[in-house]
Ligand binder design. Sequence first.
Ligand SMILES: [Zn+2]
Ligand SMILES: [Zn+2]
Length: 376
Amino acid sequence: MVTAIEDLARQILGAGATWTELHQFVLRNSLVPKDIPLRGSCQGHISQLCQMKGWPLPLNATNLSLERPACLIHWRVLASLLNVTSEMVRIHFHNLGTILPLASPSPVVQATQSSEPSEMRTPPPSPSVQQRHKPPTLEGLPRGFDTHFHSDRMRSRLHLDAATPLDEVLNQAGQPLDESSFDLVRAVQVFCDPPTWPQDPTFHPCWKIAVGLHPKHVSSYRSNQLIKLKSLLSSPDVIALGEVGLDFTAGNWEQQGKVLEKLFKMADINKPIILHLRGTAKDRYQRAPLEECINIAHAAGIQPNQKFHLHCFSGSCKEMALWTKNFPETWFGYTGMVASFDEHQLSALRAVPECETVCAGNGCPLPMASPRSPRD
Ligand SMILES: [Zn+2]
Ligand SMILES: [Zn+2]
């Protein structure tokens, strides 16, 4: 069961994704109710898992606490996760059950105590399973363009150094077992973590580069970083500023706003801005960061014809209209959060006039980019 869940993390979030990241994905997207009543047999499985991993029990008197990573083993959480995956991933997970006894986790839990992780991950598949899981070939697959790819984070997940060429990174990451697989022909690599900013951006016909400062990094912001960023942006081989923005799930809102204004002031009208705007858990339509960002953009002198990629949009039609009234040349990007969208958010998604691109960046769970035509 442990192996199956680790595999599910990679299927949903991409190569190298971990149990912890899958747990954060469940919390972030509010996939299941906060407290789930527990029965005796579930408690036994969870206790075994926690004992094996050295985790605290995610249990109070009668309920499962979602705050603990062990909650992923509960069937309600697994069912919710499978509900947001594709049919192929569900079949893959189900097939794992034929080689790993999902219905009775105890033997697997015991086996893992005496086995190395690598042994756990490679149970001998039957020929029929091997056949079903044959990696897709690129021939005949639709061509894809990933608009938001954190290749630096993928490198670190795969324990590769910064100099590893992207083709090599993608080779090591392997092909996802998913019917939405595509031939990745272009990608925008988003470097927004100062320690992994490219030292010397160079031209590549397919793998483009954007540089920015993620709003969650502003607490460690130093003014010399802006000088470095400005110099990177001046390179003709850096095609966009981003991601930058506001993330109200983190503190220091005021500082985020001040830094964003400085970043906007160095924007180049010929280079799109990739925006990350996120509201608090109560602000599901991200109204507050959208309004704040519009004010900051105007104060910084951003022109109405500036191109934006608003990459994790979750607003309703009202928020979409508010933004496009100010900045009509915007492309809206959607992430795996669509799984928990309400009707108002889905209406906005349906209002996007064209849907040409599906991206599979590792930084974005179940990502899907929906461009909005500038004319709209
Ligand atoms: Zn983001
Ligand atoms: Zn991102």
